[in-house]
Design a protein around this ligand. Structure first.
Ligand SMILES: Nc1ncnc2c1ncn2[C@@H]1O[C@H](COP(=O)(O)OP(=O)(O)OP(=O)(O)O)[C@@H](O)[C@H]1O
Ligand SMILES: [Mg+2]
Length: 370
């Protein structure tokens, strides 16, 4: 029988080469047939999952990997029918020992030399550690920003508390003198109520922000997000007497995003602007949509300030983790922009900065629409 050839190379030469490559490569690889049964499982797949080849051969892949994507997001049909490869990040699987492993995966169509579909090849990598580190970094940055917010909130809470104490003293004094005019009491209690609600709202905002959440992609209106975020920063604007304006196109399409993560980005960027301007500075927030009306492809959020600006020679460092020009008493950790960049990239967006020394800085965040 005539030996088949691939690109001029005999299969007899290619086979051991491919088998060796598959066996020894660092990425996990497995092959499933058209019934989703595992036909091949390399060494790295064993390391990652804890299963041995013998245990998985012939078993359906969903029984082995027990991934949450198996139920409704399995790309099997798409890859088999269309022949197009699919890549996914953050695919959770369960190892043999029951431990959750986060993987990144690529699926592609496997056909033989006669162009007959034989199944799928899946290449995967264990990115659990990477994902955990990313989460930790996000959380530590959040804590740093929270410290700054908490200082502002503490300052804000002090005023209503003083008001509440004053009214309580006043009412106690009136009680001492048997002066219990219901109308006056009602008025005073209403004031106490109003101030207490104000404190509650401040604390709730801070708690919402600090809560650690898994990335949760949902339709998000950037316009609403900004409206809900500005009150969190109000005390920062008040302290420095900063004029903040927000302008927006009529129609801003929704984007698919993690609300909390994007809020973290917006807070970081606005805090940078606040820290860059002098007293009575100006911060402009602009929202616009790009592309033809009705089918806009990007939403653009710009935050510009008339602050100190960034020297040209520093522009290539500002996204580096821990790069800061702020003194520690101002709370600079140097993580704000690097985290913002990471989050925006994870949303398939871009973040860019334009700056002129002594004139100001404009940050632009472009995010794809749904
Ligand atoms: N709007 C801005 N105007 C002027 N300089 C800026 C602006 N935004 C960022 N920078 C510069 O980029 C550096 C890095 O910013 P980044 O937000 O990453 O860290 P940080 O603000 O110093 O600290 P953190 O955000 O962790 O509290 C800042 O220290 C500052 O020098
Ligand atoms: Mg910052």
């Amino acid at each position: 029988m005539k030996e088949e050839k691939i690109h001029g190379l005999d299969l007899s030469v290619m086979r051991p080469l491919i088998e060796g490559l598959l066996k020894n490569m660092e990425g996990g690889v497995f092959i499933i047939d058209t019934d989703m049964r595992i036909m091949s499982f390399n060494k790295a797949a064993e390391w990652i999952t804890g299963y041995c080849l013998d245990e998985v051969l012939g078993k359906p892949c969903y029984e082995i990997f027990k991934s949450s994507i198996c139920e409704d997001q399995c790309p099997f049909d798409k890859v088999i029918k269309k022949g197009t490869p699919v890549n996914m990040r953050d695919v959770p699987i369960v190892g043999k020992d029951g431990i959750r492993i986060t993987t990144s995966r690529s699926w592609f169509h496997l056909e033989d030399v006669h162009k007959k579909t034989r199944g799928l090849v899946v290449i995967f990598r264990d990115i659990t550690e990477l994902t955990n580190l990313r989460q930790q970094l996000l959380q530590s940055e959040k804590l740093a920003v929270m410290g700054q917010l908490a200082a502002g909130v503490a300052h804000e809470i002090n005023n209503p508390i003083n008001g509440i104490i004053t009214y309580i003293h006043l009412m106690l004094k009136k009680l001492d003198h048997n002066d219990v005019d219901p109308e006056v009491w009602k008025k005073n209690l209403k004031l106490v109520e109003r101030e207490t609600v104000r404190i509650g709202r401040l604390v709730k905002n801070l708690l919402n922000f600090s809560r650690k959440t898994e990335p949760d992609l949902r339709p998000v209106s950037l316009s609403k997000l900004i409206e809900e975020t500005l009150p969190l920063l109000e005390d920062q604007f008040l302290i420095k007497d900063i004029n903040v304006t927000k302008t927006s196109d009529d129609r801003i399409p929704e984007i698919l995003a993690d609300f909390n993560q994007l809020q973290q980005v917006v807070i970081n960027l606005i805090l940078n602007a606040v820290q860059a301007v002098e007293k009575k500075g100006t911060i402009k927030i602009t929202l616009s949509a790009e592309g033809t009306k009705g089918s806009e492809c990007f939403v653009n959020l710009r935050i510009s300030d008339n602050g100190v600006g960034i020297p040209k020679e520093d522009m290539n460092k500002i996204f580096d983790p821990f790069y800061t020009t702020k003194t520690s008493d101002k709370g600079g950790v140097g993580l704000g922009l690097s985290i913002a960049e990471q989050i925006i990239k994870a949303h398939h967006g871009r973040i860019t900065l334009n700056s002129e020394i002594a004139k100001g800085t404009e940050v632009s965040v472009r995010l794809p629409t749904m």
